[in-house]
Design a protein around this ligand. Sequence first.
Ligand code: AMP
Length: 305
Amino acid sequence: MADRIVVVGSIALDTLHTPHGSAEDCVGGSASYAAFAASYHAPVNLVAVVGTDFPQAARELFGQRKVDTEGLEVVEGQTFRWGGRYHEDMNRRDTLFTELNVFEDFHPKLPDSYRSSEVVFLANIHPALQMEVLEQVDAPRFTALDTMNLWIDIARDDLVKALGCIDLLFLNDEEAMQLSGEGNISSAVRALKAMGPKSVVVKKGEHGAVLFADGNEPYVQPTVLLESVVDPTGAGDAFAGGFLGHVARSGDASAETLRQAMVQGTVTASFTTEEFGPDRLVKLPEQEIDARREVLRRISAWPFA
Ligand code: AMP
């Protein structure tokens, strides 16, 4: 039986514009993508908030993926809404709007049954809320945190405090430079580790991700280069969800497990980008996951004897 993973983060209704079209009121948010991705590997306990306008059909997606929603609060009012527009180069996007709505007064409350969860993922939300969750779990064996440039800008002190309490930090290369004040990835990671996390994963979009695990050489993971990227929203959250789902399933956080987790994260993230919102991510056949892992094995092969 896999360990259980608590995921806290945002649940959103997203409006998305990409060069392939537009979609309105897609189920989104960091917690949704991470929970769906992790659910392929381990039991997921969700902590988040939605408004009374959150559609029943959207809620059922969590049920379909067997995500436990006892920790999902439903509050009178509107669900968090986010809008984004991608450029022709889909590595670039502009935020069109962020409406906090029910998030404005949100304070996560963990059901008693979640407190003994072994793995904790603090997906992207205000770092003070991430800290509130950490304070409510008993003694997790592995904790990880994801963040974004907004919190580095407006809540740096809260973020630095949370970094002092976690095992692993996910962030992209720009955020790594911004948070550390360093000019290259290696020195940025050294500075970030000095703030607390033993391991750091630097995400580099379609160029893959690099794991700097405690006391080990960096591990570079390429991605599956797809021609059919339709909507990259949530890829980072799905990466982290797949990664931590594997850590939960494995029951340890050895260097080998973390490298395997890089593969699982990459695989789930790649599927996420193939359709709008989480449409693809919520219905992945196991054989397709296995087949894509095989693709990664082939493209990662060392070319010398
Ligand atoms: P990603 O593409 O991995 O950066 O994740 C995009 C998701 O993050 C979208 O589904 C948004 O709803 C959600 N999101 C955007 N801004 C925020 C924010 N300030 N706090 C929490 N979640 C956010």
